[in-house]
Design a binder for this molecule. Structure first.
Ligand code: HAM
Length: 408
């Protein structure tokens, strides 16, 4: 709807403006892609892939999926375009609709919009802080308050297996307490249990082993650099050792921004992290990456409302159809001068058109009645005080502008 859409577009414009300042360029990936891209990238044990994808066969029998997120597509687009020849890192931004078959609710939709950025080709931890800084500035500029940055490192291929094992060992004696879904999570991908919403696991989670206690030296050093860079940006964070994120491609840094009005990790404003292994999961050469994506509906929900866009101040009305040509020409002339104009050249009487203009929020009407038409002039009537002057076509813009100026 117009007002919501204006707020969403405003959020995107501000986000693109900020990311542009940091050297990011906008790209747009296809709305649907090969199912395989998301299964391999996001991971088939994740909720997104196992339960939430809109997947269909096209007429050629290919399996396609409406994109549930933008990161896998961005990495694919990078490799399949001239971007891969550019100096690294390559900084990209995007905005557009995503699709997940989730239970709809407040701030949770089956078609929703994301704004996100990705940096490809370099694994410097300072870049993790940079994407967070872009996101943070964006929220500040939109006037969103009450947010907290949740930050964690989930380690890499070297230390994560030890952590997985520790989780398995911890939950093993409690298996009977877990519900069926959590038992399944534990069996297929133990880290998934950390974002479980089931009550039984929630009470156990506090006591469960923490990712950050298992980091190898390299991962720990990288995490320290992320924290140092966040300090340099002046961004506060909350360390959250349970934050593993719902997508499989992450390694090392993971983060989410939570809002006090949204409850729990599943209701984050945005999420992101580093995904240095994703490129290889997709069958491409190794390529580091880090980024975030925000749910635009949620961000708009929590932003102060925008001032309503003022309605066009000028309406040009003609006496029935005889004046249609003059009405169209007059309105176009004013628009060329930068004035916003609604024109009504149609069949109705001048009186009924006048009523529409009043209800539609006109400040000034330009009337082309039969008499004006015959004399080649336009009557300009200011609605607020009834002031009326006549103007020929030459000088019309100036006359309109000066009448409008007195009642801003
Ligand atoms: P994600 O956490 O799955 O991450 O989604 C990011 C954001 O999208 C969420 O924080 C939320 O605001 C919004 N979102 C997700 N599902 C819905 C929904 N059903 N309705 C409304 N909003 C929703 C990703 O998508 C990753 N690609 C982020 C990323 C970029 N990681 C690295 N680069």
């Amino acid at each position: 709807m117009p007002e919501r859409l204006a707020a969403m577009e405003h959020a995107v414009t501000v986000g693109m403006g900020i990311s542009d300042e940091y050297g990011y360029r906008r790209l747009e990936t296809p709305i649907f892609e090969s199912t395989d891209l998301f299964v391999r990238g996001v991971g088939d044990t994740t909720d997104v892939v196992s339960r939430e994808m809109y997947t269909f066969a096209d007429r050629g029998g290919r399996s396609l999926t409406l994109r549930p997120e933008g990161t896998a597509s961005t990495v694919r687009a990078f490799w399949e375009s001239e971007l891969r020849q550019e100096p690294l890192p390559v900084r990209l931004s995007y905005a557009g609709p995503m699709f997940r078959y989730d239970r709809p609710g407040r701030g949770r939709y089956r078609q929703f919009n994301q704004f996100g950025v990705e940096v490809l080709g370099e694994d410097e931890p300072e870049l993790d802080a940079e994407v967070i800084a872009v996101a943070w500035r964006w929220l500040r500029e939109l006037g969103v308050t009450g947010t907290s940055l949740q930050l964690n490192s989930i380690g890499d291929g070297i230390c994560r297996p030890r952590y997985r094992q520790a989780l398995l060992d911890f939950f093993e004696p409690h298996l009977a307490q877990l519900d069926r879904l959590d038992q399944e999570r534990l069996r297929r991908n133990p880290l998934r249990i950390l974002d479980s919403k089931e009550l039984a696991s929630a009470s156990l989670l506090d006591a469960a082993p923490k990712t950050t206690d298992f980091l190898c030296d390299d991962c720990r050093a990288a995490f320290e650099r992320v924290l140092g860079a966040l300090d340099a940006y002046g961004i506060d964070y909350q360390l959250n050792p349970l934050l593993v994120r719902g997508l499989d491609y992450y390694a090392r840094t993971t983060f989410e921004v939570w809002h006090e009005d949204l409850k729990g990790a599943q209701n984050s404003l945005f999420g992101g992290g580093r995904y240095d292994g994703l490129s290889q999961l997709l069958g491409y050469p190794p390529c580091a990456g880090v980024g975030f994506a925000a749910g635009l509906e949620r961000v708009v929900l929590l932003s102060p409302p925008l001032a309503a866009r003022p309605k066009p101040p000028v309406w040009v009305l003609g006496a029935q159809l005889v004046a249609a040509k003059a009405v169209i020409e007059t309105a176009e002339r004013l628009r060329r001068a930068g004035i916003r104009v609604v024109s009504d050249p149609g069949r109705r009487s001048l009186k009924s058109k006048m009523r529409s203009a009043e209800r539609g929020g006109a400040a000034l009407v330009a009337l082309v009645g039969e008499d004006e038409l015959a004399r080649g002039v336009v009557a300009l009537r200011r609605l607020q005080d009834g002031t009326q002057v006549e103007s020929g076509l030459i000088g019309l813009e100036a006359a309109v502008t000066s009448l409008l100026a007195e009642f801003p």
